[in-house]
Design a protein around this ligand. Sequence first.
Ligand SMILES: [Zn+2]
Length: 131
Amino acid sequence: MAGRAAKRVRPPTLLLRGFLLRCPRCGRRELFSGWFKPPDPCPGCGLTFNRDSDATVGWIIVNLGVTEIVFVALALAVVLITWPNVPWTGLTVVVVAVNALLPVLLVPFSRTVWAAIELLMDRMDGPARAP
Ligand SMILES: [Zn+2]
């Protein structure tokens, strides 16, 4: 991992690259061969995105966490804006759709954001783990 030690990336840059579907470590694009396929190891730096079951749990947590934050913010905004005449039926349809579709849309983003979070955690724990 000489490339990793040689080039340190700031935490906001790591996370931004994750949100932009880039390799958080080196910034390389086009990591995915399909929406639901986990990315292959990065051809630029060798970062692996699905190392173990912890990584799978991690990206699912990111995925569902973002979905629920959007769900709560959207529902709260509609309730506050339209109070006391809240369109409950329409709101229910919209939030069910958000909870069904957003996790699907977020799959690749969740994988790269979680990889960025893993890099940050490794950094905070000290030296990188052995591959
Ligand atoms: Zn890379």
